[in-house]
Design a protein around this ligand. Structure first.
Ligand code: FES
Length: 196
């Protein structure tokens, strides 16, 4: 008994198979639902696979009915009619899979608009000067570009001294749901926030 290696795409599976098993049986034993309505007797023309590399047993008359000459040259075969003669690499098209497995492979790709509960953004604040004597917090909120609900007193209390420590720049964090604001030094790791 010779053990050969079979690589199955698009599943990225590589398994050992016995050379005397038909490719249909070998694939199905891996759990891949290769369609075979007639049970492998060569009637339904299900279970089409394409051999990417490796040697296969002779092309059978039923396969010449199922495929054009060009398709046979490309490596298309009926898995139920084929035996491996070397290590193999095959591709299984969607239409050769049972419906449930087709969905697993194909997936359902949709555009998803992300709505994170917490937003973090870098900001820079112009240091106060004689032409702008507003409070630091007011100058900050005027520059962020959206309406802000009242932050916790703990945040406002620390803002001015922290901005001086941080050299007037930092990273702000706001929670969409809880409407809270926090800030910390740019480049440092945010560990959480305090607020009411
Ligand atoms: S399973 Fe029906 S022809 Fe191959």
């Amino acid at each position: 008994m010779t053990i050969l290696q079979l690589k199955i795409e698009p599943f990225g599976l590589t398994v050992d198979i016995n050379e005397w098993l038909s490719l249909l049986t070998a694939v199905q034993e891996t759990g891949v639902s290769l369609a075979a309505v007639c049970g492998g007797v060569g009637v339904c023309q299900d279970g089409k696979v394409r051999c990417v590399s490796g040697e296969l047993s002779e092309i059978q008359p039923v396969e010449r009915e199922a495929f054009t000459e060009a398709e046979l040259v490309e490596g298309w075969r009926l898995a139920c009619q084929v035996y491996a003669r070397s290590d193999l690499h095959i591709e299984i098209p969607m239409e050769s899979l049972a419906t449930s497995q087709r969905l697993q492979v194909k997936g359902d790709q949709r555009e998803v608009q992300l709505e994170p509960a917490v937003h973090a953004e870098d900001f820079e604040l112009k240091p106060p000067d004689r032409n702008d004597l507003r409070a630091d917090w007011l100058r900050f909120t005027a520059g962020i570009g959206y309406e802000m609900t009242a932050p916790s007193p703990a945040v406002v209390d620390q803002f001015s001294s922290k901005m001086r420590d941080f050299d007037w720049s930092g990273r702000g964090c706001r929670a969409r749901t809880y409407r809270r604001w926090g800030f910390w030094k740019g480049g440092s790791i945010f560990m959480g926030w305090r607020g009411t």
